[in-house]
Design a protein around this ligand. Structure first.
Ligand SMILES: Nc1nc2c(ncn2[C@@H]2O[C@H](COP(=O)(O)OP(=O)(O)O)[C@@H](O)[C@H]2O)c(=O)[nH]1
Ligand SMILES: [Mg+2]
Length: 250
């Protein structure tokens, strides 16, 4: 964390009362200089109140109370804007449920010294997934493969959500993100790559949550499938017309 003076880790929450305290404690230990912003969508289970208590006790923990469950992407966008307004120079996405290991954050930040965006990656050598049902891993790997085929992104773990950005990277892309669900992660990566900025992948160990429930849903998968397919078709069509033009010019 040498280069980045001000680091903000954004944790979106919806019904994470069993997880939020433990993850913040681990994070404060693993990266003591990083600030935390919990972006809570008015969780009915009282996660927001627990977050407030933690924020009262620790000036490096902040809470953003949102009115309703509006999706992971919307919560992150609001969190990014909050951090950019306050001059953070590195901003990080991390789940509340213990799937992302706070102890691996310093490695992500070191890699960010040489890249515009860093993705914590399950699917590069050294990366792994622990305790995921086979169907869920298949969906994730299939999603990454499909997205690679459609838009040709040079990234192994496209849907991964443990990501670090330089402030300048987010400033360049934040007005162009249109996904609300988990496709948000693909959207961010796609926007970064298509602007010629660099993405580094760092191996991580992803551990399926032990407490609370996943918010993954069919609607989220459909949004991702429709969007990546539409982007892919327009991307491939662009490549095809550029190729045809080059033939005509010859
Ligand atoms: N604020 C907010 N957080 C969300 C929403 N959906 C999911 N999350 C959070 O995003 C993170 C990842 O969600 P999770 O349910 O674990 O998804 P999974 O790991 O793909 O099964 C967790 O911290 C969730 O609490 C949402 O609509 N709003
Ligand atoms: Mg999870």
């Amino acid at each position: 964390m040498q280069q980045f003076e001000k680091v903000l880790v954004i944790i979106p929450t919806f019904n994470e009362k069993e997880n939020i305290e433990a993850i913040c404690e681990r994070l404060r230990r693993a990266a003591p200089r990083a600030d935390i912003l919990i972006a809570d969508d008015n969780s009915p289970d009282g996660t927001g109140r627990i977050a407030d208590r933690m924020a009262d006790a620790d000036p490096q923990i902040h809470v953003m109370h949102r009115t309703a469950k509006n999706g992971l992407g919307a919560a992150y966008l609001a969190g990014f804007r909050w951090g950019l307004e306050r001059g953070y120079d590195a901003l990080v996405e991390m789940d509340a449920d213990g799937s992302h290991q706070p102890e691996q954050l310093p490695g992500l930040l070191t890699a960010l010294e040489g890249a515009d965006m860093v993705k914590g990656s399950r699917y590069v050598p050294g990366g792994q997934v622990v305790n995921w049902p086979k169907t869920r891993e298949l969906l994730s790997r299939g999603g990454s493969l499909w997205t690679r085929l459609m838009i040709g992104l040079p990234v192994a773990d496209i849907t991964g959500g443990f990501n670090a950005f330089r402030a300048a990277t987010l400033k360049a892309i934040i007005g162009h993100i249109t996904s609300a669900g988990y496709n948000f992660q693909v959207d961010l990566t796609w926007q970064v790559v298509s602007r010629g900025m660099t993405v580094a992948e760092v191996p991580i160990t992803f551990v399926e949550r032990q407490l609370g429930q996943s918010k993954m849903s069919g609607a989220i998968v459909i949004e991702a499938l429709l969007k990546t397919t539409a982007w892919g078709l327009s991307h491939r069509f662009g490549q095809l017309t550029a190729w045809l033009r080059s033939l005509v010019k010859r």
